[in-house]
Structures are given as structure tokens and as C-alpha cells.
Design a protein around this ligand. Structure first.
Ligand SMILES: Cc1ncc(COP(=O)(O)O)c(C=O)c1O
Length: 446
């Protein structure tokens, strides 16, 4: 029987008589009940990941620490409630995400608002809602906030998102810490100093700390240490110039996950230790008190908790060329392969024991390319994967499907977006239902 790699599949995933089971539910039953494509979230895996992040930081870092889930990875109202129940704060990047958090009754103080181009109306509303931290990304944003908060009795807490000039090894679309980036106030050009001076002179703002986010899917921990060196130097200089104390420091998110067996990815413990060691060393070097260490994991918190299920619609074998296996989802629910060349693995999920993907075709196996249903040749979900022979109606499961899939989903070709259901202890609950044709037309003048 095929072992399910515990680094890729939810904690509760196992083989049962009808095939793959998650949270005590057979995926064949779930597919029949909710249709496909279907996104299945294992609640126990999510809760365990949240706890792992919290506990790992607390174990290695003697100062205060907090974990803010980066909602851009995946967010809806019930999921925001699960995040809050797990004791995490929430990072939002738009007022839409904040509105979801509010509907879920999250404490506004636990919400951080990011974004490199926050529109004025969103900032005004965020201020009115009492958002815990606004993470300022540009001088223009800071000048606007300065104006908007001039007459406030209680200053708005802010963090400055700095661009530390630290390049990372990841796909170009998800690099953010290098100087040539739209994100953050560069230290190297002096913009960060200008921002700090204005923030400290703004009566309606309270500069609480410094932030940097280097990029996503970072398998090498070294750049985190390099960024912390620069943030601590900056904090020490601000203390020398203005007597300011950095109460909070956030190295953002970005921890990599494996998408296929053997992909390099540090453990949560290694990540927490690397951050804590760097912050403690730099604070000692500059004689700074330990700040609250705030991390913002998105991908590494949610990816493994979710499995995507697709049904095979058509198989086209072109002898000597390629076998295309077309499924009922694709780039509309998971744009990552098309956008970033992201690679996944998959299993046939409707047979006991399943069969793993292999790099070379083995007896009874077939090298196939799994393509989506959208009208684009680039709609390829998995290129060159070895699976048992598939026919129309077969069920395929793709692990590590929680991050940047549904949150980036589109209604391209006017295909309704799939539902997200939570499973645990043999029960399934709909977190977000499938979109309907009526939903698709809801904004149209008819
Ligand atoms: C500011 C910030 N924090 C956190 C994250 C989450 O990153 P990841 O999902 O890689 O952990 C992002 C992702 O882009 C981000 O921009």
C-alpha cells in the first residue's frame, strides 16, 4: 500500500477500503456529496500547524512572540474563526480581507493591514475600525496617514515595512526583499530613514516596530538572518538618533513547504530557531531589549491541511507524444502551475492503496500530463507524472493545495469556483459553498 508522505498529506490522511480518507471521510463519498473539483481541509492538521508555530517560537525565543496567519493564502469567514480559535492573529492585505475578519468577529487589535498601495478609502476605514497595526509600505502612504490621524486622541500603531535589500532564491514573482521591488521602504536609498523621521514626528501615529518580508517559498533560512541584521541595525540607529525603542519586529512570512516528496523545506522548529537566534544575537550586539517577534506564515500554515480533488473528464492518448488527462478543474481554482511553474504531485484516490507518482514509468503505470478544463493551452496542473491508468470518472487527489489556490481562484470561462469543506472525526462541514451560476451573474445588469 502506498505510504502517504506525512510532509505532503494532512495528518489524518490514510487509505481505506474505498481509497483515500481524510478526517475520517472517504474522498469518494465527499466527491459524490459535494461534487468536484473539491477542496478538503483537515481541521486537525490546521490546528496542529498553528500550535506548532506558536509553540516553536515560545520554546526558542525568550521574548514575547505572536503568530499572524497571512490570510492571502486562503481566507473566508469560518476559516478566520478557526484561525482565531487557534490563538493566531490575522494579516490582511485589503479591506475585503479585513471585512471577512470582522464578520468572523475577530478582535481588530489582532489584525494587521499590509499592502503596497492601500487606497485612501481603505486606510480611512481601517482607522475607523481600530485595526491593530497598519504596516506602512511607502512614503505616500505615511504622509496620508499623517494627515488622516492628525487630530486623533489615541495614536494609530504602525509598523514600517522596510526593504532590507536582501535577495532570495525563489520564483521572481514571489521575491520581495531585494532593492528592485515594489514592496517596502528601502534602507539603502534613505527612504526608510525619511519614513522613520516622519512617523516619529506624527502625533497621530505610534511607530511600534519594523517589518520586512523577503518573499515566499523560501527554503534557505539564511536570508531571514540577513534581514534581521539590517532591521536591528536600523532600530539601533533610530534609538541613537531619536531615543526610539523597537517594541516589535516582524520578519514577515515566507517559509517554504515541500510540494513533492524530497523538495527541500526547513521544519517549523528550524525556522523558529533561525529567527530567534538572529533576533537575540542582534539585540545583544546593539544592546536592544528583545522586541515582540511577530511572524506571518501563510503557505506553511495552510498548504498541507488542504487536498484538492478532481474528477477525470477525458483521456487523450497521442501515441509517442503524450497522454493528456483532462480534469474538471484547473487554472481557475489553482493558477500556481501556470503562474509560477509550480509543481505538485497527485494520487489516484478512488482505489484502495492509491498509486504514487513516480519519475519513471513502471509496469502498469503511465506517464501523463494532467490538464485543466479552461480554454488555455497553459492550463496544465501537473506535467509528466506517472499514475496508474486513468479513465474518465477516476478521482485524483492533489496534496498541498491550501495555499494560494482558492484565494487566487478566478471565474475565468465563467466556471463557478469550487467549495471548501472541513473534515474531522468522520464529519464534513461546508466552509464555503460552490459558486452558482446566479453568483456569476449577481453583478450583471440584467
Ligand atoms: C507581508 C507578507 N507577510 C506574509 C506573507 C505570507 O507569505 P507565505 O505564505 O510565504 O508564508 C506574505 C506573502 O506574500 C506577505 O506579503
Amino acid at each position: 500500500m502506498q505510504t502517504l508522505d506525512p510532509l505532503l498529506w494532512p495528518d489524518s490522511a490514510r487509505w481505506g477500503p474505498a481509497g483515500l480518507e481524510i478526517g475520517g471521510c472517504a474522498v469518494t463519498t465527499l466527491a459524490r456529496a459535494y461534487g468536484t473539483p473539491l477542496y478538503v481541509l483537515d481541521q486537525a492538521t490546521l490546528a496542529a500547524s498553528a500550535e506548532r508555530f506558536r509553540a516553536a517560537l515560545q520554546r526558542v525565543y525568550p521574548g514575547a512572540s505572536s503568530v499572524h496567519y497571512a490570510g492571502k493564502a486562503l481566507l473566508n469567514v469560518p476559516l478566520a474563526r478557526l484561525i482565531a480559535a487557534a490563538g493566531l492573529g490575522l494579516d490582511c492585505v485589503s479591506l475585503g480581507e479585513v471585512a471577512v475578519a470582522r464578520r468572523a468577529d475577530l478582535d481588530p487589535a489582532q489584525i494587521h493591514l499590509h499592502g503596497n498601495a492601500k487606497p485612501r478609502a481603505e486606510l480611512e476605514q481601517a482607522l475607523a475600525w481600530g485595526i491593530g497595526r497598519i504596516v506602512v509600505d511607502s512614503l505616500d502612504e505615511l504622509r496620508l496617514l499623517h494627515e488622516l490621524t492628525r487630530d486623533r486622541a489615541t495614536p494609530q500603531p504602525i509598523l514600517l515595512r522596510l526593504n532590507p535589500g536582501v535577495a532570495v532564491q525563489t520564483h521572481a514573482h514571489i521575491q520581495t526583499g531585494q532593492l528592485d521591488s515594489k514592496f517596502g521602504l528601502p534602507i539603502a536609498t534613505g527612504m526608510a530613514w525619511e519614513a522613520a523621521a516622519l512617523a516619529l514626528a506624527s502625533p497621530g501615529l505610534r511607530l511600534v516596530g519594523l517589518h520586512a518580508h523577503l518573499g515566499s517559498q523560501l527554503a534557505d533560512l539564511t536570508p531571514f538572518g540577513a534581514a534581521i541584521v539590517r532591521l536591528a541595525e536600523f532600530a539601533a540607529e533610530l534609538r541613537a538618533r531619536y531615543g526610539w525603542t523597537m517594541a516589535e519586529l516582524s520578519p514577515g512570512g515566507g517559509l517554504a513547504v515541500p510540494y513533492r516528496s524530497g523538495d527541500p523545506a526547513p521544519t517549523i522548529d528550524d525556522y523558529a530557531a533561525a529567527l530567534a537566534t538572529a533576533v537575540m544575537a542582534q539585540c545583544q550586539r546593539h544592546g536592544l531589549p528583545l522586541p515582540r517577534l511577530v511572524i506571518e506564515p501563510g503557505r506553511a500554515l495552510i498548504a498541507r491541511a488542504v487536498v484538492a480533488l478532481y474528477q477525470v473528464v477525458a483521456v487523450k492518448r497521442i501515441a509517442g507524444v503524450r497522454t493528456f488527462v483532462a480534469v474538471d478543474g484547473g487554472m481557475g481554482d489553482n493558477i500556481r502551475p501556470a503562474l509560477y511553474d509550480a509543481r505538485y504531485t497527485a494520487l489516484r484516490a478512488d482505489q484502495p492503496g492509491g498509486t504514487p507518482a513516480r519519475s519513471h514509468a513502471a509496469a502498469g503505470q503511465e506517464l501523463v500530463t494532467i490538464v485543466g478544463r479552461y480554454c488555455e493551452s497553459g492550463d496544465v496542473l501537473l506535467r509528466d507524472i506517472t499514475l496508474p491508468p486513468l479513465e474518465a470518472g477516476a478521482l485524483i487527489a492533489v496534496p498541498m493545495a491550501g495555499a494560494y489556490t482558492l484565494s487566487m481562484a478566478s471565474t475565468y470561462n465563467l466556471v463557478p469556483r469550487p467549495p471548501l469543506i472541513a473534515v474531522g472525526e468522520g464529519m464534513a462541514t461546508v466552509l464555503q459553498r460552490r459558486e452558482t451560476y446566479e453568483d456569476l451573474m449577481a453583478r450583471d445588469s440584467v
